[in-house]
Design a protein around this ligand. Structure first.
Ligand code: FAD
Length: 459
């Protein structure tokens, strides 16, 4: 039986990075992947989603251009042509990832893998077993299911959208997290009638409430219907359409129903119990700061461990794991504030604490807000309102949180996150010269707080 230094299960963001770094540090590495190399981000997540987002923005850009003197023939859109282009790009990326792994000396096994205990791994399709001194589980997450829903088998998840042969005219999306909201927005902009059904009072729970509500009203103004305080009661096939009964008693007809109720750790068929690996209440693998599980020499990184399911987190942890183990270097530092974006149109970018969390942790907090119509909207007639918000700790003037809604908010927040993680103060922004005319300059020109919270509110 062959013995490896490292067996990695799962070739997504975390597994690919860990395997490549370990191999480049001289380790003998085997990597098992039951689906496609690249994992969620490359095959059915960030990358194809962002390409759909780009596609969704052209329609309104064509309309807006007439305010700038352009005239154009009626533009048409083909879902099939778009998916063909996206699939070609994903195949290219998969080849690049595969080549990089092979050139680093990693053996790729294209099958489901399971743990056998005491350093053993079995590849299900061939029955081959190998031994490894260290095992890394990087199996990611999959869409949460809602099997108790009558008609669940008629529902799709975000994974299925990339396989739709045509674009449904009417789409109902169940859930209000970032994946739901992004698909709602891009499908609406590509021409579908979109309804979002959400259990709470607003979308994007966990984000700054004021920003979530502002984004919701922007999306509503763009034609998306939000049905709040409701959930799905049943989905039934009625001739060519689906009839969705809601908990509130109403019903909605749709051509596709997408369930987007979060993502659950991918641990099925891994043999965790037999291997003595503990999971938490969500089913996520429990790890310590060095990514060790409860079984000796078995580690885990990425979405299978983490409530913060983001590609950069999985990559950082995969790299940190491999470097610490095979280069005996220190673990990469984990920055305190993790920036992220919601790729709606307009985008939402966020880093650091929400206003609610800042007040409950620090009490004395100043909030700066700037709401404005971007210059481009003046001639195009677009009514989008940007919202920029800074949360400042009054005690030492440090920026605790920055939240942005507007064009390219993801790009703006990426750079702002550097300042935030370096401990920048509001006064540092005040003395920085803006680039004019830009949207981002508005971050630097907020002078007076719109709200000043005090300690009594934190109690
Ligand atoms: P994954 O990338 O999920 O990889 C796990 C791999 O393991 C999979 O390929 C799976 O097939 C394989 N596997 C599972 N079990 C086994 C087994 N037993 N044997 C062999 N192979 C197995 N993040 C962002 O940062 N920005 C975004 O804009 C963003 N957009 C997203 C949009 C969508 C629609 C989705 C679904 C996710 C998005 N994410 C985004 C999240 C991001 O994709 C994940 O956080 C990231 O891919 C996690 O990487 P991972 O390595 O932990 O797992």
């Amino acid at each position: 039986m062959t013995t490896y230094d490292l067996a990695v299960i799962g070739a997504g963001s975390g597994g690919v990075r860990a395997a490549r770094i370990a191999a480049s540090l001289g380790a003998k590495v085997v990597l098992a992947e039951e689906s496609r190399i690249g994992g969620t981000c490359v095959i059915r997540g960030c990358v194809p989603k962002k390409l759909l987002v780009y596609a969704s923005r052209f329609g309104v850009d064509f309309q807006d251009s007439s305010g700038f003197g352009w005239s154009h023939e009626a533009a048409t859109f083909s879902w099939q042509r778009l998916l063909m282009s996206i699939n070609a790009e994903l195949a290219r990326l998969e080849t690049v990832y595969t080549q990089n792994l092979l050139s680093a000396g990693v053996r790729i096994v294209p099958f489901h893998a399971e743990l056998l205990g005491a350093g053993g791994v079995k590849f299900r399709a061939t029955g081959e077993t190998i031994r490894a001194r260290h095992i890394l589980i990087a199996t990611g997450a999959r869409p949460a299911t809602y099997e108790q829903l009558p008609g669940w088998d008629l529902c799709d998840t975000s994974d299925d959208i990339f396989g739709w042969e045509s674009q449904p005219k009417r789409v109902l999306i169940h859930g209000a997290g970032y994946i739901s909201v992004e698909f709602a927005c891009l499908l609406a902009r590509l021409g579908s009638e979109v309804t979002v059904v959400c259990r709470g009072s607003h979308i994007l729970r966990g984000f700054d409430t004021e920003l979530s509500q502002h984004l919701q009203s922007e999306l509503q103004a763009a034609g998306i219907t939000f049905l709040l305080h409701q959930t799905l009661g049943a989905v039934r096939q009625e001739s060519a359409s689906l009839k969705v009964e809601l908990s509130g008693g109403a019903s909605v007809c749709a051509d596709a129903v997408v369930s987007a109720l979060g993502r659950r750790p991918n641990v099925q068929g891994l043999g965790l119990q037999a291997a003595g690996i503990n999971t938490d209440a969500r089913g996520a693998i429990v790890v310590d700061k060095q990514f060790r599980t409860s079984a000796p020499d078995v580690f885990a990184v990425g979405d299978v461990t983490n409530p913060l399911q983001l590609t950069p987190v999985a990559i950082r942890d995969g790299q940190s794991f491999a470097q610490t183990l095979f280069a005996k270097g220190p673990a990469l530092s984990r920055t305190t504030a993790i920036p992220t974006a919601v790729f709606t149109t307009p985008e939402l970018g966020t880093v650091g604490l929400t206003e609610e969390d800042a007040v409950s942790h620090y009490g004395e907090v100043d909030v700066y807000i700037c709401k404005f119509r971007p210059m481009k909207g003046v001639l195009s007639g677009a009514s989008v309102q940007c919202l920029f918000k800074l949360i400042i700790n009054r005690a030492d003037d440090r920026i605790l949180g920055a939240h942005v809604i507007g064009p390219e908010a993801g790009e703006i927040i990426q750079l702002l996150s550097v300042s935030l993680n370096m401990g920048a103060r509001k006064s540092d922004l005040d003395v920085t010269l803006p680039v004019h005319p830009t949207l981002a300059e508005e971050i630097l020109t907020m002078r007076t707080p719109v709200r000043r919270h005090s300690r009594s509110e934190a109690a």
